[in-house]
Design a protein around this ligand. Sequence first.
Ligand code: SF4
Length: 450
Amino acid sequence: MIQEQGRAFVPCLFCCLIRHSRMNCCDRQSMAAKKTPHPVYADPEGNIYDEPGLLMLVRRGGEMSLPRPDEMIPLPETSDLFLLPGRNAAGLDPRTGKVEVIQGLALAGFASPGHTLSGTAAFVPEDNPPRLPLFAYGAVGFMDGRFWITATRVDQDQRQNFAGIPQSRITRRARELLQKSPQNRLMRHLAGCALNYCCPAARNLALGRFEAPLPVARACNAACIGCISLQPPDSGMPATQNRIDFSPSPREILEVMLEHCSRENRPILSFGQGCEGEPLTRAETIISAVKKGRQSVPGATININTNASLPEHVEELAGAGIDSIRVSLNSADQNFYREYFRPRDYSMENVRQSIAQARENSLFISLNLLFFPGATDTEYELDKLIDLVQAHKVDYIQMRNLNLDPDIYWDLARKRSLGPQVGLKNFMRRVRKECPWIGFGYFNPWLEKR
Ligand code: SF4
């Protein structure tokens, strides 16, 4: 049984939330990293234990191995721990070098935003385990009185850290937005997301800080396997966000834009949110709203998160006042991309044309790279990505964790000859070596106007 500061962990089945005390000094980190944590597991009541006789294992793609010394960090504050039903924990016996199955539920870590996973949870599935919901499952272990995870902090930005902000303030501010704009459906939707779903983007709008969400699209021209806003009823993986069920007008969008920019000095306004389809399918509405508002919000960074499927709209969006575009990719390889995104009426070629259009129109170009340890960080994927970044002088790569049951994604990836794995840190080093101008992060950066 793991005890910390006298608290006993009594998590609910499948998903337990443990908030950790603040991180210790980095000397302790580097000293501890040279040691390998022990695996952790849970009993059916959800009590968590470590197995001191074994060493923690990490999964990368189809392989299990010990964690690399440089990839272990203390589990960051506001991270989540998940219990994995139908999956037994596993560890390495240092005496025999054999993998031992632990008769207990496996655990995984959902690292707090700003951290990219370099390894996923190692487990041994029972027969027909249930599909895991749409989250990322990092490898976790226990050592020196705390949990550790295989992750790297890639962004110091605090926009999704709400530690120290009482929910009462968010609730009050969200209600103020509702009172101020009772007729605005978009404001009602976003205030509801802040009040009922703890959506970080909607909470930031309520608090008047960082980046505000501008969801506009009900439809999408892709059918990503891991779509978080729309899942086929038989997928076994419920969507984690409700897809917006109305089409905001330019006036409603503009009101939200002006509201946010009246309170944040370095405002970011982002079309393309988790609770909507593809924003380019509503390009005209976005162009109309941005054209109307751009002059009133000169210092704002106006961004569009998109699957970049419709290049014909990019020039006009730039002309209206859009500053940056974030293009989602699981891979720069057209076949691997097609298998995951399942585009309905566009191809990787259209995505490349949109990026070329964005470059031609001086937009800040980010890739929203859906990173999966053991597949993305491979020689083949690295070469493909570097080609794309060099071809269009992409500015920035957001190293996002792919939120999908690891077995489902590995079933796709294993069919490809991806070559040797290079690991997360080497992957970033190699990209930067070939593309020295590139920036890495996790969030859309605010762009200072020259
Ligand atoms: S592009 Fe976005 S909205 Fe469309 S299917 Fe993929 S994740 Fe869902």
